[in-house]
Structures are given as C-alpha cells and as structure tokens.
Design a protein around this ligand. Structure first.
Ligand SMILES: Cc1ncc(COP(=O)(O)O)c(C=O)c1O
Length: 407
C-alpha cells in the first residue's frame, strides 16, 4: 500500500531543450517597446481606421443568424471549403497563378503558418537561411524548433544570389530560405524583379525550398508589378500570408500556399495544434472577400499608409541628427533607421520612453543579435501629427547619443 503525504513540494519544471533560453532578452527588449503613454512608433499594428466595422456589423449579424450552422461550427483542418475557393481565386487575381485545391491551407495567422512549416521541415540543428535583418517572429519560430538560423547576405535589392548559392552549397544543406520580398518587416524594403527571379532559380537549382512571407504585399503605395516568388516558382516556393494587415488582426487568420505534399504535412501538423482555425473568422473572411469588400478596404488603407509614410519621411529629414540614415518605404508599415556606429538603440529605449516616444530597437531582428545601431519605426498606427512629434523626440535622444559616441 502506498502512503500519500500531505506535504507538497513545488513542481520542478524540466523544460524541453527547445524552450531553454527562449527569448534571450528579446522579451525584455519588446516589453520596453510597449508604448505606455508614449507616442507609439513601435508595434506593427494596423490603423484601427482600416477595420471594416460597418461591413463586419452586417456580417456578424448574418453569422449568428442563417450562417450559424457553419460559422459557429468546427471546420475542416485545412479550412472552410468556401474560404479556400475564394482565397485561391483572389490569389490568382493578384498573382496570376492559382494554387491547386490541395495546395492551400488556412491557418490561425501568419505566425501559425510559419510554425507549421517549421514543424514539418526543421529538425534540431537544421540550417534555416534568412535575410538579415528579418522578422523577429520568424527567427523565434525557427529557433524554437532548434533550427540554426543563419543570415544570408542581402543588399538594397534583396538577397544576393551569389552569396545564397554559396550558402546553399555548404553542407549540411539548409532546409529552407525564409524571405519577405515585399515591404519587409523591419526595413520596409522590397526586392527587384531581377532578384526575385535569380533567387527562385538558385533555390530551384540547389533543391532548397523558399518560404515567401507576403504579410505586406497588398499594401503597396504604387501600382508597380512585383511578381511574387511563389508565382515565379510554385514548385520550389511556399507562400505564407496573413489577414492581419488587410482585414483585422483580431480574426487571427492566415494561409499557406504550396506543394500539395507540403500542405498535406502541414495539415497533419495542424491536427496536433488547434485542429482548425476559428470557423467564425473564416466565415467572415469568406463573406468579406466574396462580397468584394477587400479591394475597397485595401484602396483606403494604402492611401492612409502612404500619407503616414510620407509624414514619417518628412519628419525624419527634419528631426534626425546628421549621420543617421533611413529607408523610404513604398508600402507596408515600417521604416528602418540606422544611427552612427557606436550608438546602441536598445540602451536608448528607456530615455526615449522618458521623452515620450516608443520604437523597436533593431537587435532582435538580426539572427546573430550582433547589430546595435539600428531601430524600426512603424507609421501604421500614428497620425501625421504624432509621427512628427514622436520623431522630434527621437531625434533629441539620437542627437545626444551621437554626440556622446563621437566625443
Ligand atoms: C513579416 C510578418 N509575417 C507574419 C506576421 C504575422 O502575422 P499574424 O498576425 O497573421 O500572425 C507578421 C506580423 O507582424 C509579419 O510582420
């Protein structure tokens, strides 16, 4: 007979290797980027003005009325059939190629699509190549799977195809290249068509797949044709998209389009995760797309973000000290500021807070965490007046820091 004691010991959490050291200070940096009362030039949040509240009001009424049997129910793991059909048509309309029926999965956000991809492809120690800097959420996902996240040289036009070829030829062969060719998070840069073609061709030649993240693709300020990597090479590219920036983030919906064999593996992985994205959000997204509301919403959003990006450009030119440089985004949410060598933008966050402005320091966007003089500004959620005032405050902080390192 076993005897139970009434004494209890605190639990000993023997954490899995993949979460040991997770965050590595990034959480602390991001907590500092929380705006509090400061002017928020930090998070990649859409402007609330772009949320389609009126249309959603109508659709929500329908969702709990005649739509209820579908909208309030579980869905297939790969997503509502109607949403997948509408999304496939929408992708063809925007990119000229339609994913096959079994080549598209609906996910609970873009990050979940990346997580599923990582679960299907990345074993501990596998190499994953990324731009440097790149989206820090993707770095977390790949390193959370114990992948070795490595920077591949990138210039103003995109990933350098020769450097990529050399990296892909080095053993062990990388499992994946992850890129954001349109209005990248965090730099706002976009790739030339020539680069897009070259990168697809190098990856195809080396037999290494590309994950193309198109989170900001629909938010171009101009009508320039930028072929998606996926449209150039559906055989070698898997595309990851999100509804967060074009519909609203509260819906937590994204998708992945790619080879049916990969999509099938991601579907199995999703069964071990949340089994299906929320039916209500999927139902709303389908009705929104099918009703033709997305295009109208995007037109308004693009012009709002273009105005704010332009306000940011003017404010940076007016207020930043000599020696700082910055990108001039032509789409998306972000600009990237580089301060003179020696300035540590993470160390300046508390002072920026005291001055009443919040930004995200650049260091967590680098897989090697080795660059300290950059920072990311988001113009998506601030008004033109807030942007000007926020950048004026930031300019003061950077001017003082620059003076100190040059003394
Ligand atoms: C490049 C990029 N990919 C993916 C995401 C994640 O989107 P979601 O909200 O759908 O998870 C973001 C969000 O900030 C992003 O910037």
């Amino acid at each position: 007979m076993t005897t139970m004691t009434t004494q209890s010991a605190p639990p000993v959490w023997r954490f899995a290797r993949r979460v040991e050291g997770a965050g590595d200070g990034v959480g602390a940096i991001l907590a500092l980027a929380d705006p509090g009362d400061a002017i928020a030039l930090s998070g990649g949040f859409p402007a609330p003005e772009t949320f389609p509240t009126e249309v959603l009001g109508d659709l929500l009424g329908q969702a709990v009325g005649r739509g209820a049997p579908v909208a309030l129910q579980y869905t297939a793991t790969e997503g509502l059939l109607a949403l997948r059909a509408t999304l496939r048509r929408w992708i063809r309309w925007g990119q000229g190629v339609e994913p096959p029926e079994d080549g598209l999965i609906v996910t609970s956000g873009g990050v979940e699509a990346l997580s599923l991809l990582a679960r299907c492809l990345v074993d501990p120690g596998d190499r994953v190549l990324v731009e440097s800097p790149t989206y820090l959420g993707a770095i977390d996902v790949f390193s959370g799977m114990e992948g070795r996240v490595e920077a591949v040289p990138t210039d103003g036009e995109g990933v350098d195809p020769d450097a990529l070829d050399a990296a892909l030829a080095t053993r062990p062969t990388p499992k994946l290249l992850y890129v954001i060719p349109d209005f990248q998070n965090p730099t706002g840069r976009w790739w030339s068509t020539e680069r897009r073609r070259a990168v697809v061709s190098v990856c195809r030649h080396r037999g290494v797949p590309v994950a193309e993240d198109v989170a900001y693709r629909e938010l171009a300020f101009d009508p320039e044709d930028r072929p998606s990597l996926w449209s150039l090479g559906p055989d070698v590219v898997v595309q990851v998209g999100t509804f967060s920036k074009i519909f609203f983030p509260g819906v937590r919906l994204g998708w992945a389009a790619g080879d049916p064999a990969l999509v099938a593996a991601m579907t199995v992985a999703k069964q071990g995760s949340d089994q299906c994205a929320g039916g209500l959000g999927q139902w709303l997204a389908e009705r929104y797309l099918a009703g033709g509301h997305l295009e109208a919403g995007l037109r308004a959003a693009r012009s709002l973000y273009a105005e704010r990006a332009s306000a940011l450009g003017s404010a940076l030119a007016r207020h930043l000290p000599q020696g700082c440089t910055w990108t001039r985004p032509e789409g998306g949410f972000f600009a990237w500021v580089s301060a003179p060598a020696g300035v540590d933008t993470a160390a300046l966050v508390p002072e920026a807070h005291r001055q009443g402005v919040a930004y995200v320091p650049g260091v967590p966007f680098f897989p090697g965490r080795n660059e300290t003089r950059h920072l990311r500004l988001s113009y998506s959620r601030a008004t033109a007046e807030q942007i000007d005032e926020g950048v004026r405050r930031l300019g003061r902080v950077l001017a003082q820091a620059t003076e100190e390192v040059q003394r």
